[in-house]
Design a protein around this ligand. Structure first.
Ligand code: TYC
Length: 291
């Protein structure tokens, strides 16, 4: 089932300005959605779940957008879905299982959850009959993109990641702990996600995410995917916001060092949400890199 999402640019999502993901726009659930009419919404059965995705553009080059924790295509990528060239690209933005409109099932975090997301993402692209795609992965979505590129190299053309980390340190663990209790989040941060998920699901899933990501701390080198980085073959652009309060610079440097031939682009004023705050600059950077 594919339905056009109504609305013009401004009717995008409701505003979520937050410490976690400042500047994110979040949709009201239901038909009063927020993106332009060229954006379609659909679900497809993949690996035993119904994965939801948005799709726009009719360019030859297929680009998959991968959202961060608790995110969805619509909440995390408004300016990319609206403004990446529709002539050059076919843009797909997916909701990983348990997030956004890819529910049920409820989200869970077995230690292989990123591997599962990577396989789901690649299998979704196959279900849509795309042979080779480029990946744009933010934060947790960047981790998923790295794993997908390492494990399924023949399916991936190019990749851009930002706000990702290949392993977990003590410092990261402290940062995670700081966002665990959503009732401590600012109202502005919490409200839109609460509207999408309901308070209980949001609170439970955030706690489960923190427990889930902390599992990696107990693996050798705290590895999430650091052992896979040498397997990445595709041209890779790593973007890092030098003012990112959630993901320290050393994570971007590490990925840059271990992904052969990768490029690191620093945005001095960028925070974690650099693709939203500096959307035009980010989109141009991405379009130039992908071409
Ligand atoms: N990885 C999270 C995301 O997908 C963001 C995040 C990073 C949260 C570090 C907390 O300490 C943290 N958006």
């Amino acid at each position: 089932m594919a339905a056009a999402l109504g609305g013009r640019g401004a009717r995008r999502l409701r505003l979520l300005l937050s410490a976690l993901k400042p500047g994110i726009r979040v949709p009201r659930p239901g038909p009063a959605a927020a993106l332009s009419s060229s954006v379609t919404s659909a679900r497809v059965a993949v690996n035993g779940v119904h994965l939801h995705y948005l799709r726009t553009g009719d360019g030859e080059h297929v680009v998959l957008l991968l959202p961060g924790m608790l995110g969805s295509g619509e909440t995390d990528f408004g300016p990319q879905i609206e403004n990446l060239s529709k002539k050059l690209f076919t843009v797909v933005a997916w909701d990983p299982r348990g997030y956004g409109l890819s529910r049920p099932p409820d989200r869970d975090f077995p230690v292989e959850f990123f591997e599962r997301d990577a396989k789901d993402a690649v299998d979704l692209m196959k279900a849509l009959k795309f042979k080779k795609v480029s990946l744009l992965g933010w934060s947790d979505g960047g981790i998923t993109a790295l794993i997908a590129a390492a494990r399924y190299p023949s399916c991936i053309h190019k990749m851009v990641i930002w706000g990702a980390n290949a392993y977990v340190t003590d410092q990261d663990e402290e940062l995670y702990q700081g966002i665990r209790d959503v009732s401590q989040w600012s109202e502005r941060t919490r409200k839109p996600l609460e509207a999408l998920y309901g308070f209980n699901y949001l609170a439970r899933t955030c706690e489960k995410w923190v427990d889930g990501i902390k599992q990696f701390k107990h693996l050798p080198d705290g590895s999430i995917c650091r052992h896979l980085l040498p397997l990445v073959q595709c041209p890779t652009l790593i973007v890092h916001g030098e003012k990112d309060p959630l993901v320290p610079r050393f994570h971007a440097d590490f990925i840059h060092r271990h992904v052969r031939g990768s490029r690191l682009h620093l945005m001095p004023e960028g925070k974690h949400n650099l693709h939203l705050r500096f959307a035009d600059e980010f989109n141009k950077l991405v379009e130039d890199f992908l071409q």
